[in-house]
Design a protein around this ligand. Structure first.
Ligand SMILES: [Zn+2]
Length: 283
C-alpha cells in the first residue's frame, strides 16, 4: 500500500531501525523492491532520482505509485536529489509528496532559503521534505561531486538549519559517499552523534552501497532512520543482464533476460532490508 513517508520514518525512528530507500529506474527495479519487501515483511521506499526522473518523467512516477499501491507492505514513493522547484511542483501535481529538496550545492544561506521555500510548498500538500546539509562526494546518475567540493555536515549549523527551514528529515554527510568506497569507509560517529543531539528529527544516510553492516547499525543507533541504496542494486541488474545476453539468440527473449535481473536485484534489496533491521516491520 502507498503510505506517506512521515509514517514510515516515524515508526523507524521510534523503533530503532531504518527504512531502505531504493532507487528505481524501470519496471524491473520497482518489481524487485516490492517483491523483496513483501518477502521480508518490510516497509520500503521507492525512490526516483533526478536523473531517473529526467529519463522516465511522469511515467516513472505513475509506475512507482502503482507498484506501491499494489504492494502488500507499506511503501512510500520519494523524489531523490531534486534541486528544481519546477520538478518538485510537478511531483506534487502527480501525487508524490515525499521530496528531497536538495540545496546542498548552494552556500549555507542559499540552502536555507531553498529548503524553507520547498518545505512550505510540500507541507501545503501534506507531504514531507528531506534536505541535505553538507555536500556528499561521489557520483550518482550523472551528478558528480568531487572531494574538493564535498564537505561534511557541521553539527553547529544543524539546529539552526532545521529550525529555519522546517524540514522533516536531514541527510547528513559524515564520510559517506555516493557510488563506490575506494577505501575502507569510516563514518564519523562523533559528528553524527553531535548532529543527532542538535537535530532532534530523523536523519538520512545516503551512499550505503558498500558500507559494512556494523557501521550502518551504529549509525541507526545515532538517529539514522532512512538509508539510501542505489549502486549495488544497479550493479546486480547490469551483471545479471550481461550474463543472460547472447547476441546470437534470435529472436531475443527479453523477458527471459530480465527475469534473472529482477532476481539479482531482489537478493541485494532483501539483504539490505535485513541489515537495516526493517525486516518484519511492515504494519
Ligand atoms: Zn544521495
Amino acid at each position: 500500500m502507498l503510505v506517506p513517508m512521515k509514517e514510515l520514518v516515524k515508526a523507524a525512528h521510534q523503533g530503532g531501525y531504518a527504512v531502505g530507500g531504493f532507487n528505481v529506474y524501470n519496471l524491473e527495479g520497482a518489481m524487485a523492491v516490492v517483491r523483496a519487501a513483501e518477502a521480508s515483511h518490510a516497509p520500503v521506499i521507492l525512490q526516483i532520482h533526478d536523473g531517473a526522473f529526467n529519463y522516465g518523467g511522469t511515467m516513472l512516477m505513475a509506475l512507482c505509485k502503482a507498484a506501491a499501491a499494489a504492494a502488500k507492505v507499506p511503501i512510500a514513493v520519494h523524489m531523490d536529489h531534486i534541486s528544481s522547484a519546477e520538478t518538485i511542483q510537478l511531483a506534487l501535481d502527480n501525487g508524490i509528496t515525499s521530496i528531497m529538496a536538495d540545496g546542498s550545492h548552494l552556500p549555507f544561506e542559499g540552502n536555507v532559503a531553498f529548503s524553507r521555500q520547498m518545505a512550505e510548498l510540500v507541507h501545503q500538500h501534506g507531504g514531507s521534505v528531506e534536505a541535505e546539509l553538507g555536500r556528499l562526494a561521489g557520483t550518482e546518475d550523472g551528478l558528480s561531486v568531487s572531494e574538493m567540493e564535498a564537505h561534511m555536515t557541521d553539527p553547529s549549523q544543524a539546529a539552526d538549519f532545521i529550525q529555519r527551514t522546517g524540514v522533516d528529515t536531514l541527510a547528513v554527510c559524515i564520510g559517506n559517499v555516493h557510488g563506490h568506497y575506494w577505501m575502507e569507509p569510516q563514518l564519523d560517529f562523533p559528528r553524527l552523534a553531535a548532529i543527532n543531539r542538535a537535530a532532534q528529527i530523523p536523519l538520512v544516510l545516503h551512499g550505503a552501497s558498500g558500507l559494512p553492516a556494523h557501521q550502518v547499525q551504529d549509525a541507526i543507533k545515532l538517529g539514522i532512520s532512512k538509508i539510501n541504496v542505489n549502486t549495488e542494486v544497479r550493479e546486480a541488474f547490469v551483471k545479471a543482464i550481461g550474463g543472460t545476453f547472447q547476441s546470437d539468440q534470435k529472436p531475443p527473449e527479453l523477458l527471459k533476460m530480465l527475469a534473472p535481473a529482477i532476481e539479482a536485484m531482489i537478493e541485494v534489496v532483501a539483504d539490505k532490508i535485513s541489515f537495516l533491521g526493517s525486516a518484519g516491520k511492515a504494519k
